[in-house]
Design a protein around this ligand. Structure first.
Ligand code: NFE
Ligand code: MG
Length: 582
């Protein structure tokens, strides 16, 4: 039996440095896969010895993409350590900043990072704009920005790029690959939305800045609450937030979801046969407190829990003490067994790649091969992210989540002519992962309207409190706490141990750490690796199907590793052995 080794390095249209090595058999089906972060950073170590009140400002530098999320989790870990409950206004403001991050991140992901795995831009050049306008009405009653004249303009812009030989942002992709399935007209619609979303995403960033002070890296969170008192008191600021939200929400409903349904119908076979499903173990830490009972007590927008083996009939309660990180296959000093984050270590041990006769270097997959650690929950490998949140929500019979998920499955069933909703099991796939993100985006945009009204009403009723008084001089100097939440890409936890008033140990276990991790001590695959198994590649020179599945997780490797080589040493050099990677 012959097999081929595909290396994609770097994977582009992601944050950070990710390498995928896959083995494919004579039928071009992936039989083995390895995910490696080739980048080394170091923020957990930098936090040691610092004042815990400063932790958020340093931890936020873990990533410039999921801006604010590490900041908030870090502050919440310290609040948990000192048992501080924040006021209502602070809770809502934090929800609004995070909510704006979600809708920003998800739209940018679908169109700008993942879209070209589904949409062939060069095919859009062949489209008939008049037919494309008509086609858009098949997917929404009032489709976004796709009148014939708008589409003609967009096509002219693209044609100019091509004639000048300057495809720019669209260069170097796998155009013409047989696994592109949309019609030229559908490709033109999605391309129009790609370009329109480039402009529009600024609005979500502005929303974050209204209460966060700036973007990226908002500044208005402190241990005990938030500092944006003037912004919540000013009705014009709240009204601006609502206007931008409304505008963005319009795009979500009239472009993002219809495009998703359009692609979902074309790619439904891959959803139904479970391509890219992977581990089928889903975990959510739970997030977005809906009342002021307190951290880990309040009702949540996204319930916490674990669903194992795709069994939607039960949810295992989440318990943070069952989180551990293993480094058997990661470039760190070995531990005897996986460590809980309170006791976690970040001690590099780079053992390099292996040069082979063909002149390329390969991952030493039997040994250590990634800078990402392998997180484990109660001795299970799990997937986190929007799909996990939707799956856990449905399994937990959460009314709101079930309504949005069923709404999409019903729409898909209708468009497919099934006479009933598409089966929920279709979600356990690459297409399902991408769909779950869109479903969650609509849900978030809708619930944010309720939150901003709740904030305005609370302020109008005279509650201007934004901070729970907290005097560091009067609390115990030895404490520990955790900030557990859901970042756009999945469960995010920061654990802090404080001794003599200084940080003694700090560990972050991040969404892309869960998903992009290598094998563990039992040689079990991480989520990316498992999701690639069984994927059929139409053209091995253009492993588009591999990119499609990896991109469906929205990788962020800066988050996943959060360690930095301050000496700027070259840690390894890599050659790209495939013709190109988007
Ligand atoms: Ni750097 Fe992040 C999110 C976090 S992911 S993007 O979402 O936390 O791994
Ligand atoms: Mg970590």
């Amino acid at each position: 039996m012959s097999s081929q080794h595909i290396i994609i390095d770097p994977i582009t249209r992601i944050e950070g440095h990710l390498r995928i090595e896959a083995v494919i058999d004579e039928n071009n089906v992936v039989t083995d896969a390895f995910a490696a972060s080739t980048m080394f950073r170091g923020i957990e170590t930098i936090l040691k010895g610092r004042d815990p009140r400063d932790a958020g400002l340093l931890a936020m530098r873990i990533c410039g993409v999921c801006t604010g999320t590490h900041y908030q989790r870090s502050i919440e870990a310290v609040e948990n350590a000192f048992d501080i409950t924040i006021p209502k206004n602070a809770r809502i403001v934090r929800n609004l900043i995070q909510g704006a991050l979600y809708i920003h991140d998800h739209v940018v992901h679908f169109y700008h990072l993942h879209g070209l795995d589904w949409v062939d831009i060069t095919s859009a050049l062949k489209a008939d704009p008049e037919l494309a306008e008509k086609e858009a009405y098949n997917w929404h009653a009032t489709p976004y920005g796709v009148s014939k004249s708008e589409l003609i303009q967009i096509q002219a812009r693209l044609t100019k790029f091509v004639e000048q030989g300057r495809l720019g942002i669209f260069s170097n992709a796998y155009w013409g690959n047989p696994s592109y399935k949309l019609t030229p007209e559908q490709n033109l619609i999605a391309t129009a939305h790609y370009l329109q979303a480039l402009d529009l995403q600024r609005d979500a960033a502005k929303m974050m800045a209204i209460f966060g002070g700036k973007m990226p890296h908002p500044q208005s969170l402190v241990v005990g609450g938030v500092t944006c008192v003037q912004d919540i008191k000013n009705p014009a600021r709240i009204a601006l937030f609502k206007t931008l939200l409304k505008k963005f929400s319009h795009f979500i409903k009239t472009a993002y979801l219809p495009d998703l349904a359009m692609a979902g119908v074309k790619y439904v076979d891959e959803a139904l046969d479970g391509t890219g499903g992977g581990l089928k173990n889903y975990m959510s830490y739970g997030d977005f407190r809906l009342d002021d009972t307190g951290f880990y007590k309040s009702a949540l927008l996204f319930p916490s829990g674990v669903v194992l083996g795709g069994d939607l009939s039960k949810v295992v309660p989440f318990d943070q003490s069952k989180v551990a990180e293993d480094v058997t296959h990661s470039w760190y000093q070995d531990n005897k067994s996986p460590l809980h984050p309170f006791d976690g270590k970040t001690e590099p041990n780079y053992t390099g790649l292996e040069a082979k006769e063909d002149g390329y270097k390969y991952l030493k997959t039997k040994e250590k091969y990634s800078w990402i650690k392998s997180p484990i929950y109660d001795d299970n490998r799990v997937e986190v992210g929007p799909l996990a949140r939707m799956v856990v929500g449905v399994a937990a019979k959460d009314e709101r989540i079930t309504k949005y998920v069923m709404g999409f499955l019903t729409l898909l069933g209708e468009k497919l002519g099934l006479g009933k909703p598409a089966p929920a099991a279709a979600l356990f796939s690459t297409v399902g992962r991408t769909a779950a993100r869109a479903i969650e985006t609509e849900l978030m945009a809708d619930v944010m309207v309720e939150w901003v009204d709740e904030l305005a009403a609370n302020v109008a009723a005279g509650d201007l409190s934004t901070w729970t008084e907290f005097n560091f001089d009067t609390v115990s100097k030895d404490a520990k706490g955790f900030g557990l939440a859901e970042a756009p890409r999945g469960g995010l936890g920061h654990w802090v141990k404080i001794k003599d008033g200084k940080i003694e140990n700090y560990q972050a276990v991040v969404p892309s750490t869960w998903n992009a991790a290598p094998r563990d001590y039992k040689d079990r695959m991480g989520a990316y690796e498992a999701a690639l198994i069984g994927t059929k590649v139409a053209n091995v020179e253009q492993p588009l199907e591999i990119l499609r599945t990896i991109h469906s997780f929205d990788p962020c490797i800066a988050c996943a590793v959060h360690i930095i080589d301050t000496k700027g040493r070259e840690l390894s050099s890599f050659k790209v052995s495939t013709s190109c990677a988007i």
